[in-house]
Design a protein around this ligand. Structure first.
Ligand code: HEC
Ligand code: HEC
Length: 267
């Protein structure tokens, strides 16, 4: 009898108890994380609004963080190219996408978490621009995303799709380099990339693509970012490779499952 009661107390635990426990655990950690990141975001905001920095501050920031590779007077060193004439927009692009300051040399500067506030980036950019001018910020209209989307998409297919893929999903280039996906790039950085031509990307100056052309391309890319794929799952927009793999695994998998089921029935 005594044995039986212990058995029962073991068996009484519902199979759902484990699932419920895991669910509660996930909710708690998720809640704590959301709370913590909201708090972090709040402190970030206050730090940024409190500061307006001068060109002189930008010079100091540059000398502390960038001069080891780019030289105290932008002249360049063995570890980094000269920044004469790259302009404030190149600094904005490189630093605000986390590419600079570079940490390790490799085939291509990777995007990392951004290490400076907007005000600090603008101050460094302003100093580089004052020392040796180059391409500068676009007008608000150029990056407002209100241009001709279908014309922009066509220009993108002609000028950019061979590296960035027709759906702007990105693609591999030679020697370990890659054209990144453009699904989360801001309008300002799209413009900056075209004007400054980072690394293996060619420069698209006003002779190759007018400001109007650039506005249309930016509008088309923003349209792509905002609109879901109309055909259901986009499967990474990689084209026939991922689509073929999908039908092989799920389509043929379903057929095999069906045949197994049918033969199991007939036994
Ligand atoms: C460890 C060395 C290193 C440090 C530190 C560094 N850079 Fe660079 N930077 C490079 C190299 C190498 C390149 C060129 C290759 C590349 O883009 O990957 C480059 C490229 C650039 C370019 C693009 C130049 C062009 O021709 O378009 C800019 C702008 C730039 N850096 C700005 C900065 C700024 C601003 C900082 C400081 C916040 C910084 N870099 C810190 C090594 C460095
Ligand atoms: C020859 C190949 C090539 C072509 C053509 C090209 N790109 Fe790029 N693009 C690149 C490479 C490589 C990078 C990454 C550079 C880096 O990381 O420094 C890049 C980076 C970018 C970025 C920055 C993405 C980010 O998230 O920071 C944007 C935006 C961009 N390209 C837009 C365009 C547009 C628009 C066109 C057409 C007008 C175009 N590219 C044409 C190779 C190309």
């Amino acid at each position: 009898m005594a044995r039986k009661t212990t058995r029962r107390s073991n068996g009484r635990r519902s199979p759902w108890a484990a699932a419920a426990l895991i669910g509660i655990g996930l909710l708690l950690t998720g809640g704590a994380y959301a709370g913590a990141s909201a708090a972090m975001a709040a402190t970030d905001d206050t730090a940024e609004t409190a500061s307006t920095l001068t060109v002189e501050d930008g010079k100091k920031l540059f000398q502390a963080n960038c001069a080891t590779c780019h030289g105290l007077d932008l002249q360049g060193t063995a570890d980094g190219p000269s920044l004469y004439g790259v302009g404030e927009l190149a600094v904005e692009f490189q630093v605000a996408t986390g590419r600079m300051p570079l940490q390790m040399s490799g085939p291509q500067a990777p995007q990392k978490p951004v290490q400076f506030t907007d005000a600090q980036i603008q101050a460094m950019a302003a100093w580089v621009q004052s020392a040796a001018p180059g391409p500068s910020y676009p007008s608000d209209e150029t990056i407002d995303g209100e241009g001709d989307v279908s014309r922009g998409a066509e220009l993108f297919r002609i000028n950019c799709a061979m590296c960035h893929n027709v759906a702007a999903a990105g693609g591999a280039l030679t020697e370990g380099k890659y054209a990144p996906g453009l699904q989360s790039t801001s309008a300002l950085h799209m413009y900056a990339a075209m004007v400054t031509g980072p690394q293996n990307m060619p420069v698209f100056n006003d002779m190759t693509l007018t400001t109007e052309d650039k506005r249309d391309i930016i509008s088309a890319l923003l349209f792509l970012q905002e609109n879901e794929s109309p055909g259901g799952f986009s499967l990474g927009s990689l084209g026939p490779v991922s689509e073929g793999l999908f039908i092989w695994i799920f389509g043929i998998g379903a057929l095999i499952a069906l045949t197994v089921w049918v033969t199991a029935k007939s036994n």
